[in-house]
Design a protein around this ligand. Structure first.
Ligand code: NDP
Length: 449
């Protein structure tokens, strides 16, 4: 528990206000425990109510999303936008379409996004949004009608200088295209900077699709090099998920000389001891939105297993959880340690439960927290916004070079912050502190309390 009375009282207030928001409480506690290392040196935070403000979203929008299915029936989902912090830039954060979406999950994601965006060094505030709509099994027409209805309400709350959404689970290039089309029609103007992750033909950035997975590997490579004089070369890697983040993490880890032996989706995982053939995965997942189990039917020597959690029983040197929140608990973490892993880097948001992070840190594994490790996606969204503003298009190589430099910068920033707060190498604490100091400084300077 935290030593600071001030932080304990802020946390009690969070618990009392929203007793059912477990994911949000978990994210707040993890950050406050890190801030406990520095808050004693900053009496101005308590005097100005900075941390109370920091844990309360500036605004939450919640709305009805009616749409028509292919049978002509009206269906109704719920839409949200959590505009958490605009202290250092316009609200920025993805939209998630998944049946599990609720306010607790979006508040945790929006809260994490504030710190992640701060770490990128770009002027971006924090937000998150989405809906409990499930795109899985829906036709393109149904997804389009849902997206149009969603944007028919959301458009009044967003804009290139106010709030810039992007994709997340269940929201990829197809959905962003439909959302942007509806925004453009309603506004009757071409404000490309209102959404990121757009198609290349209408204001998207080269390298945005790959950015989160590539960025995860760039930061991991920097961490391995700096903290262990090691690299991906020759390592065995397990990656959970098989969506946008997992696929491009697999591609970059392989390019850096590692062998990725497993991937998963929500129904199961595949194990290929010879190294995942990514062209087959791309064909299944990007080609026809199929299930990962198809891989085992197509690639001799590979096997398929039901239940996505079993993937963490496969021995690896480096674990990259890239599916969803809270997928690794304390027991799974112990298995990963027992199997000899040297590093864990979070591609998904909060995939490791607090007790799992504790197990990794106690065992001396390198641990890169999501808000640093997966910041490459939003950083490249920031680069997309820059290109939209200056009406220019940068080459893939230029964007990738900028991404590499941002990820290396993030690693050194959080490593240095961990050393400065007296817990050298605790990158989770370093990320929380480095991200927060910048936002808190802006809040104090602007009097936004
Ligand atoms: P996708 O929708 O492209 O892929 C998600 C993957 O995770 C799929 O393989 C999906 O399987 C699996 N998955 C989803 N929910 C569950 C669940 N409850 N249990 C098990 N598996 C699940 O999403 P992304 O790759 O974009 O996002 C993955 C993670 O990365 C998320 O935590 C997201 O917030 C985070 N992230 C994404 C960024 C981006 O740029 N896309 C940026 C930063 C973070 P199935 O298809 O069966 O549902």
């Amino acid at each position: 528990m935290m030593k600071s009375d001030y932080l304990r009282s802020v946390y009690s207030q969070v618990l009392a206000r929203d007793p059912d928001q477990k994911e949000f409480q978990q994210a707040v506690l993890e950050v406050l425990e890190s801030l406990d290392l520095i808050v004693g040196d900053h009496p101005e935070y308590e005097a100005n109510g900075i941390i109370e403000s920091f844990v309360e979203p500036e605004r939450i929008v919640c709305f009805r999303v009616p749409w028509t299915d292919d049978q002509g029936r009206t269906r109704v989902n719920r839409g949200y936008r959590v505009q958490f912090s605009s202290s250092i830039g316009p609200y920025k954060g993805g939209l998630r379409f998944h049946p599990t979406v609720n306010l607790s999950i979006l508040k945790f994601l929006g809260f994490e996004q504030i710190l992640k965006n701060s770490l990128t060094g770009l002027p971006l505030g924090g937000a998150k949004g989405g809906s409990d709509f499930d795109p899985k099994g829906k036709s393109d027409g149904e997804v389009m009608r849902f997206c149009q209805s969603f944007m028919t309400e959301l458009y009044r709350h967003i804009g290139q200088f106010t709030d810039v959404p992007a994709g997340d689970i269940g929201v990829g290039g197809r959905e962003i295209g439909f959302l942007f089309g509806q925004y453009r029609r309603i506004q009757a103007s071409y404000a490309a900077g209102v959404l990121t992750g757009k198609g290349l033909a209408f204001g998207g950035s080269l390298g945005r699709t790959e950015a989160t997975g590539y960025g995860l590997c760039y930061l991991t490579e920097e961490m391995l090099g700096h903290m262990r004089q090691d690299s991906f070369k020759g390592k065995t890697v397990v990656i959970s998920g098989s969506g946008n983040v997992a696929i491009f993490a697999c591609e970059k880890a392989t390019a850096l000389g590692a062998k990725v032996v497993a991937l998963s989706d929500s129904s199961g995982y595949i194990h290929d001891p010879n190294g995942i053939r990514l062209e087959v995965v791309k064909d299944i997942k990007l080609g026809h939105r199929g299930r990962i189990s198809e891989y085992a039917d197509r690639v001799p020597g590979s096997t398929c297993h039901e239940g996505f959690r079993g993937i963490w029983n496969i021995p690896c040197d480096i674990a990259l959880p890239c599916a969803t929140q809270n997928e690794i608990d304390g027991d799974m973490a112990k298995t990963i340690v027992k199997n000899g892993a040297i590093a864990v880097a979070e591609g998904a948001n909060m995939p490791c439960r607090p007790e799992a992070i504790h197990v990794f840190q106690e065992a001396g594994l390198l641990f890169a927290p999501a808000k640093a490790a997966n910041a490459g996606g939003v950083a490249t969204s920031g680069l997309e916004m820059s290109q939209n503003s200056i009406r220019s298009i940068w080459s893939f190589e230029e964007v990738d070079r900028k991404l590499q430099s941002i990820m290396a910068g993030i690693f050194h920033n959080i490593y240095d912050a961990s050393a400065a707060c007296g817990d050298k190498g605790n990158l989770a604490a370093g990320a929380n502190i480095a991200g927060f100091l910048k936002v808190a400084g802006a809040m104090l300077a602007q009097g936004t309390i």
